[in-house]
Design a protein around this ligand. Structure first.
Ligand code: NDP
Length: 309
């Protein structure tokens, strides 16, 4: 019997991801029909791009899994009409892209690139040799698929990296902590937030955590806007406790044109482009998970509904 896979996403998402998904699914050893028009009652799998207003999934009575093309799951994780597993995107180019964004922005601040890019004023500033990475402690909040990859890349560059997660971890070359977040950010000169948005992580970067960092710390937030207490960030920037924040995610997206962050001299806004799912590798992840489910193996990357990520 033909497996029916319903694509949920915008027309633009279908144009972007449809061809790669069609190609990967067609290569599987069972007949599959992928379409945005599949009817809920005939759907065996949902493949979903984008974030959506609440949807009633109760008509999807025979669905075996929702396979997300996005890493974040805030829009579906607490939807009680979803009675089948939700799998998030892990891999699919997301890790490679995030490593590039994080290491680039860490290096920008570490090397002090702005001083030279913006300071072409004829003054020979020979006293601006940066410290080596080994003298620059970095903390990565979140040691999941993305935090782990970024921690390891930064450690390879020579930074002493502390990573923080909910459960205890052991990762070669990384000082892994769990529990008290203030211990994890203590003395950090650069803090990278790669946590999901949950009630526990909301405002985790706040006056108390900023105060524990090294004076002049730099914040990178490609995680979620809700991780940061915005008022506390602006105060920490005003006192110099935080010297710069490079933010990719915001409480409201797109960030409104009149938001203070746009014009702040010590905030860099990037428009949620730190990392994106790429069609070809993502289609392989989706095909792999359908194959696993059809052959009785456990699904990969299943979201913890209670934990919220
Ligand atoms: P994972 O689910 O793989 O990892 C999440 C990490 O956060 C885990 O290490 C988890 O701990 C930790 N964590 C969760 N809750 C807590 C808590 N209360 N206290 C301490 N640690 C906690 O996610 P990914 O690495 O794939 O992605 C991270 C986030 O990055 C996504 O949720 C999304 O918000 C964001 N993202 C942003 C993108 C962008 O372009 N800006 C693109 C893709 C993702 P444990 O390991 O113990 O479970």
């Amino acid at each position: 019997m033909t497996l029916v896979v319903k694509f949920i996403g915008s027309d633009a998402h279908w144009d972007e991801f449809g061809p790669a998904l069609q190609a990967e699914l067609a290569a599987l050893p069972f007949p599959i029909a992928l379409s945005p028009d599949a009817t809920p009652k005939n759907t065996d799998y949902i493949v979903m791009a984008g974030t959506h207003a609440p949807i009633d999934f109760s008509p999807f009575s025979r669905c075996k899994a929702m396979l997300r093309l996005w890493a974040g799951v805030e829009d579906v994780v607490h939807n009680d009409t979803i009675t089948f597993p939700i799998c998030r995107m892990v891999g699919g180019g997301l890790d490679a892209g995030m490593v590039e964004w994080v290491t680039a922005h860490v290096m920008r601040h570490h090397i002090g690139m702005d001083r030279h890019i913006n300071g072409q004023d004829g003054l020979w500033r020979a006293n601006t040799v940066p410290p080596l990475a080994a003298q620059r402690p970095v903390t990565v909040l979140g040691l999941g698929a993305l935090g782990r990859a970024c921690s390891q890349a930064l450690a390879t560059l020579g930074f002493p990296v502390t990573g923080w997660s909910r459960s205890p971890k052991t990762i070669d070359g990384i000082r892994c902590l769990n529990g008290d977040v203030t211990a994890a950010v203590n003395g950090a000169q650069i803090v990278v937030a790669l946590l999901p948005r949950t009630p526990e992580t909301e405002n985790i970067l706040n006056a108390e955590t900023f105060a524990r960092m090294a004076k002049g710390a730099v914040i990178l937030n490609p995680g979620r806007g809700q991780l940061i207490d915005e008022t506390a960030l602006l105060s920490a920037l005003a006192t110099g406790q935080v010297s710069h924040a490079t933010l990719d995610t915001f409480r409201q997206e797109p960030l409104p044109a009149d938001h203070k962050f746009w014009s702040h001299p010590n905030i860099t806004v990037t428009p949620h482009i730190a990392s994106a799912t790429r069609p070809e590798p993502a289609a392989k992840v989706i095909a792999q998970n359908i194959t696993r489910c059809e052959t009785g193996q456990p699904l990969l990357h299943v979201v913890g509904r209670k934990a919220g990520y």
